[in-house]
Design a protein around this ligand. Structure first.
Ligand code: PRP
Length: 222
């Protein structure tokens, strides 16, 4: 039996058509069931539904052979024990620094001010600001990052931005893009070696499904 770990919500919804192209259709919709293990149309493949930030951990320890997870989550996890063979081109957004519209972030950085930055992505933010030589105190939050500057908890945030609507609704502006984000297929490195005969074709099928979806959307890659 192969196990694929997928987070509930937006990434799962976007992954469904890709998985279907690869011949994997869940027996039940994760949004309609409380079950955390769901069978699929592929008799030897099951889905486990986990929290987005837990996908790399399940795959790293081999509790799942494969997983679908955002590059943001992977960066924060560090990627130990994982192969990242396919960019699924779903869940596209960007990881950004954002601050209140009235806060002169660039000037504060120029002056060498010490900034308080709230984020779920502490490790990624630490690396980013260290490379730039910006002094920061990082405050770990688990959600609603946009509230932190409004409530006086932080000068700025590091968070995902997609449409920009959440920033706008809270009077924040994007001041710097850290990295473009999309979801990746990850594979346990040991599984990939020991179950190569089964996993390599499956990964190839998923890669083909992504290419097909992109050509239908008019996107081509060199
Ligand atoms: C993400 C992110 C932002 C929002 C950005 O949160 O943390 O809050 O989406 O999207 P937008 O630019 O289109 O407004 P999500 O809804 O995934 O929930 P989370 O706070 O649990 O991460």
């Amino acid at each position: 039996m192969l196990t694929i770990a997928v987070p509930k919500g937006r990434i799962f919804e976007e992954a469904l058509p890709l998985l279907a192209r690869a011949g994997i259709v869940p027996d039940e919709s994760p949004s309609a069931t409380r079950k955390l293990i769901i069978g699929t149309s592929m008799p030897d493949l099951r889905i486990v539904v986990v929290r987005a930030s837990d996908v790399p951990t399940y795959v790293q320890y081999g509790a799942a052979d494969l997983g679908v997870t955002g590059a943001d989550t992977l960066m924060e996890h560090g990627g130990a024990g994982l192969y990242q063979p396919v960019d699924l081109a779903i869940g596209q957004c960007r990881l950004c620094v954002a601050a209140p519209a009235g806060f002169d972030y660039r000037d504060a950085v120029r002056r060498g001010a010490r900034l308080r930055v709230a984020t779920k992505y502490v490790e990624t933010a630490r690396g980013f600001f260290a490379r730039k030589g910006v002094h920061v105190d990082l405050i770990k939050l688990y959600g609603s990052m946009e509230l932190a500057p409004l409530a006086g908890l932080a000068d700025a945030i590091v968070d995902l931005v997609s449409s920009g609507a959440t920033l706008k609704a809270n009077g924040l502006v994007e001041v710097e893009e850290i990295v473009a984000i999309s979801s990746r297929l990850v594979v346990n490195q040991t599984s990939f070696k020991t179950r190569r005969e089964r996993l390599a074709p499956l990964v190839a099928t998923i890669r083909d499904a992504v290419a097909q979806a992109q050509s239908m959307n008019g996107v081509t890659h060199a």
